[in-house]
Ligand binder design. Structure first.
Ligand code: NIG
Ligand code: FE
Length: 419
């Protein structure tokens, strides 16, 4: 049998381990990066087997035998970034809508005019499986180049069974064909298809689509767009509870444009996360804190749409809600594939500190995506997903707004080829 391959990353200026208790970070915990200076990480196969002060890790590596070594030259090393909310797989692009908004139209006006989600539904229905896979591969290469090693990915641009399953199949193919690890979410409840009765669609989701999707084994989560004019709180509850009966864990797009009680609903039904939350009430936030529901905040969306209302991140952190970040990457409301840029927005628009933004993009995003036991921190026994940055201070990541400081990405112990 071949000896397992060992790799030592030495001369790390700041090792951001995020090590700690096995749960999402809340309150002051979000500021504790478990930072080690003059550090090293030892990887064996796909996992971390040592991390800490360089001399100690070096000594341990030497006793084990041969190892390869790379010199981080004083760089910052963090866990691979985790994007907790994307609409990765879709057909087409909507740069014309971006232009129309720049010239004064609103997102709602564009949607009412037949654009918005519906134009992506048409483009996605028209795309073949290889076309969806090829387009998403390019997006994932861009995400990886910006340090994302794990990413949640929703369906929701089919609104019929065939296309929704095609989107989810694309996710499972992508999981085999490129390094960024994907977690699939079914989001048939993204909109009601044009020409379909609202009640009939909810019944179809609960009675037909959810059991079929669950039986396919292609999705782990079930998400609903709970919003005025989309799905009511009652319909959202019905759809999420139906999914839960078939083994799909609830997620929810909640209180994005209006307070429709989505935050409280997420807590009541045991959702793993509630996402967006720009307009969430304090009562809803306290319920989330009590239930341990993670808030996934998506500041890129408001910036992309030119909105000034942002999620009350400080109130959430003070209330004891665990906050995670995501890009919300999608063709309509946020065409952004860079988590460092999202961290910049978290600092400038949400009042989060660089440390909190980093916790939200690693350990808390991992728990919001159901993979916190395996990724999101650099600890012995965890998967070796790491990023080396062209920086000697982690605060450079959100500070160098729009720049890409990623130097090297390691996924499951292997070096990634970056575009
Ligand atoms: O998360 N909020 C709902 N859905 C997407 C936007 C979808 C689109 O415009 O295509 C979002 O922002
Ligand atoms: Fe979204």
């Amino acid at each position: 049998m071949n000896a397992p391959h060992r790799l030592l990353i030495g001369n790390i200026g700041q090792l951001i381990t995020m090590a700690g208790e096995p749960h999402a970070r809340v309150g002051a915990e979000m500021s504790d990066l478990a930072l080690i200076r003059n550090a090293a990480v030892l990887i064996e196969g796909q996992n971390v087997i040592g991390c800490g002060v360089e001399d100690t890790v070096y000594a341990a590596a030497t006793t084990l035998g041969d190892f390869d070594e790379i010199d981080a030259a004083g760089a910052v090393v963090t866990p691979g970034l985790i994007d907790a909310h994307t609409h990765l797989v879709h057909g087409g692009t909507r740069q014309g809508e971006f232009e129309a908004r720049a010239l004064g139209k609103t997102y709602a006006e564009i949607m009412d005019g037949g654009g918005g989600i519906y134009s992506s539904v048409l483009a996605t229905r028209a795309a073949t499986l290889p076309e969806l896979v090829a387009a998403a591969k390019l997006h994932l290469a861009e995400m990886l180049a910006h340090g994302t090693t794990t990413c949640e990915a929703k369906s929701g641009y089919g609104l019929d069974l065939e296309t929704e399953l095609r989107q989810l199949k694309a996710v499972s193919i992508l999981n085999r064909e490129q390094p960024v690890e994907l977690i699939a979410t079914f989001m048939g409840a993204h909109a009601v298809p044009a020409g379909t009765d609202q009640g009939d669609y909810v019944d179809w989701l609960c009675g037909v689509a959810l059991p079929e999707v669950a039986a396919s084994g292609l999705a782990r989560f079930n998400d609903v767009f709970c919003e005025l004019g989309v799905f009511t709180q009652e319909e959202s509850e019905q759809i999420l509870l139906a999914g839960k009966r078939f083994g799909l864990q609830p997620k929810i797009h909640a209180d994005e444009l209006n307070d429709t009680g989505g935050a409280a609903l997420s807590a009541r039904i045991g959702a793993i996360s509630a996402d967006h939350l720009h307009c969430a009430s304090d009562v809803g936030l306290l319920a989330m804190a009590d239930a341990g529901t993670i808030a996934v905040l998506l500041p890129g969306t408001a910036v992309f749409l030119g909105l000034t209302v942002h999620a009350p991140a400080r109130r959430m952190i003070e209330a004891g809600v665990a906050v995670a970040l995501g890009s919300d990457f999608n063709p309509g409301s946020c065409y952004c594939r860079s988590m460092p840029l999202i961290m910049s927005f978290a600092c400038t628009q949400l009042g989060m500190s660089p440390a909190e933004a980093l916790a939200a993009s690693t350990v808390n995003a991992a728990y919001a995506s159901g993979v916190g036991g395996r990724v999101g921190t650099i600890e012995v026994g965890k998967q070796a997903d790491l990023v080396l940055w062209d920086a000697d201070d982690y605060r450079m990541m959100p500070y160098a707004m729009g720049a890409n400081l990623v130097r090297t990405v390691i996924k499951k112990g292997s070096f990634c080829v970056l575009p």
